[in-house]
Design a protein around this ligand. Sequence first.
Ligand code: OAD
Length: 300
Amino acid sequence: RTRLIDFNKIIDVVNALKNAQNILVLTGAGISTSLGIPDFRSSQGFYSKMKNLGLDDPQDVFSLEIFKRDPSIFYSIAYMILPPDNAYTPLHSFIKLLQDKGKLLRNYTQNIDNLEANSGITADKIVQCHGSFATASCVTCKYKIPGETLYPNLRAKKIAYCPFCENERKSLLRKIEKMEDEGGYSSRYDNIQSFGVMKPDITFFGENLPERYHNTIKEDVRHCDLLITIGTSLKVAPVSDIVNKVPNEVPQILINRDPINHCEFDVELLGYCDQVITWLCGNEVKWNIDHKDFDKILHS
Ligand code: OAD
């Protein structure tokens, strides 16, 4: 992307926010870290905690192939990224504020914590690009349940099974046991461990992004008049490509703790996003971010 717009001063950012009517907000794990939910790739992030799981690449914890072979790996660590009840951050409130002002075209979130909904951002304004913990499905028959139903199992690191597949699962296990006793095990049963296992509807590597993503993104990149990217390393495609799909004349703002060297933005506001946005809205744009635990989160 070629940088076309000359953002020299904070007043340019303020004007961009005030003038824009169709803001596309692209978010990642960094917008939830102030609540104690780890991001993925930082030194203390979720992937840094995968050392003892025997995976070649920590991202494999979200590999569909590996989940199918051994769902216990995901079940052993998913508790670390379970979302807290009813919580959201000042940054989520900022996105809600854009919605209230009629300026939010869409929030494309890579987050699976579903906290956007807690802040009052409506479903039509959110695209959960990587799915979420909000629902879970049986990998075999696709029976769907509310995600929270699975939380006790995830917290206890105990695999949850689909009630409708249970009989078939048990009879398959008996069949395999018999085969093994007779020395005739077949590798086509390698994925039997995941037969009838419930999996949160998170998009794993090897799965398609939700249909909603594909249905909305083409139009939205054409209609947006400002792109704000917040709290993401932009390492995972196709979401990382959104910044290149937006037309060159549309201003792009980055708010992130660390710089992103492989992309070009018109302005980079580097720091903790809750603080950056509070300062920007409170001191410069003069917009009031409404958040119940504002001070607690900002000063923790
Ligand atoms: P990453 O962990 O890759 O990047 C998080 C970014 O947020 C980093 O650049 C941090 O500098 C920044 N950051 C952390 N805390 C921040 C804060 N308080 N304020 C501002 N910035 C902060 O996370 P994502 O880019 O979201 O997939 O990762 C993308 C996808 O990779 C995820 O959706 C996940 C993972 O594989 C699934 O969950 C399926």
